[in-house]
Design a protein around this ligand. Sequence first.
Ligand SMILES: [Zn+2]
Length: 250
Amino acid sequence: MEYMILYIAVFIFGITIGSFLNVCIFRIPDKNDIVSERSHCLSCGNVLKWYELIPVVSFVLQRGKCRHCGVRISWQYPLIELANGVFYVWIVVLHGFAIPSLLYCLCASALLIISIIDWRTYEIPPGCNLFIGILGIFRILIDPARWLEYVLGFFVVSGLFLLIHWITKGRGIGGGDIKLMAAAGLLLGWQGALLAMVIGAVAGSVIHIALMKLCRKDRVLAFGPYLSLGIMISMLYGTLIIDWYIGFYK
Ligand SMILES: [Zn+2]
């Protein structure tokens, strides 16, 4: 019962941060100020009141429309909020109320921003990569005995990507992907980073080919969302999957 209340609190915290992520997703690509500008309707410019800013709830109560001009609000807002809330609870259920969970939650939020922005603009915001890198440094500080695993994590996938970047003269993999895998590697350790890369590459090829067939359009691959998926799975189930994999060779 107490756990239930704590999980609900984590969920509410998650959707609240999710609402901030929406702001980042819209303002970072246009280089707008994230904090100083007040939230307003993109259509009529009306500044939103506090009761119009409650994550998920406001969207449902207003039936997805602006209270002033009636324009439809994108489904992306409540979806990002919900996704962030679900991720936070998921992480805490698996890893408990501990500092690594907090680092993973913050990383999951950065990955949400990266996925949407990279999908739309083919750019990974450098600030998000830096943020994940800082989480990685905290990881080493709380788990100094395994520092070498994290430092190797910084280099193992990013090094490989850098090689591909050089060989393909920048067409294969972008600089943002390299930095993302360096930062995430610091947080995950080298095994987790390799796992994230494998999942990202497999998911990327399968889903990208399916999308090209379904949508019949030549779309350049944005690797960020797939790498983010890999990092996410690695954060959630990395230890489990790696132990299971190593078990084959014993
Ligand atoms: Zn409006």
